[in-house]
Design a protein around this ligand. Structure first.
Ligand code: SAM
Length: 221
């Protein structure tokens, strides 16, 4: 059974997206970071050891092909991280996150497939900056990377992430004032997402309140 929590203009579902997705209305953009199927969460990483987390198996398999089909029916545009691990249609609008400080044992780029007919683009964002944001999810994306993705769909008002994890897409949406719908299966990560999105929304409204009043227009004599 799925459970829904509403935080401001964000609708967060604790449940399995294979069941929840078909219940949701259409949206403008799906921006998501599904399991890559490479078993990353099953490795005892430094971050998992630090947080006392047991290895997890959710990254051992990729989502089924029909789920990407359903996602394409629900969303006008799609941005799917790990697109090189899935069987997706041909596209020229790939996004690349380049990690300039990646050690030789790690990939120095990650790729997102998009449904957009645009030139391929690249963002450089370091692993050290990524680590500084960590809240306890082994494959957490940086907020900057998700904000960058949203810049390719400026008109999108409602954004969906069916593999929300710790809620990074929702944090980027809160910062940019977009409606967000997220789904996450693991209660621990769902809790993290709720907390982060609530804090980002609070921060956003504080910034709005403290914006200086418009300066009077200069009069030319
Ligand atoms: C790659 S992680 C997303 C990380 C996220 N981008 C972040 O910054 O925290 C994928 C997430 O999908 C969740 N997941 C895997 N299968 C799922 C399913 N069927 N329904 C909902 N969530 C699922 C996992 O628990 C994991 O947190």
């Amino acid at each position: 059974m799925a459970e829904k929590v509403t935080i401001g203009n964000a609708e967060l579902w604790l449940g399995d997206c294979r069941e929840v997705l078909c219940l949701l209305p259409p949206c403008d953009l799906a921006l998501t970071d599904p399991p890559y199927g490479i078993g990353f969460a099953a490795q005892p990483t430094k971050w998992q050891r630090r947080d006392g987390q047991a290895p997890e198996d959710w990254d051992n398999m990729t989502p089924p092909a029909w789920l990407f089909g359903l996602l394409a029916e629900k969303a006008q545009e799609l941005i799917i991280w790990g697109g090189n691990y899935y069987d997706l249609p041909r596209s020229r609008g790939w996004l690349t996150w380049y990690k300039p400080d990646s050690p030789p044992s790690m990939a120095s780029i990650e790729l997102a497939w998009t449904s957009m007919d645009m030139n391929a683009k690249m963002l450089s964002h370091s692993i050290s900056a990524t680590n500084a944001e960590r809240v306890g999810h082994p494959t957490q994306k940086p907020v900057r990377v998700m904000e960058w993705c949203l810049s390719f769909a400026k008109d999108a008002k409602t954004v969906l992430d069916p593999f929300m994890g710790s809620g990074t897409t929702g944090v980027a949406c809160a910062t940019l004032g977009k409606r967000f719908v997220g789904i996450e299966r693991e209660p621990r990560y769902f809790e993290l997402a709720c907390r982060r999105i609530e804090a980002a929304q609070r921060q956003g409204s504080l910034l709005e309140q403290s914006e200086p009043e418009a300066l009077p227009q200069q009069l030319s004599l």
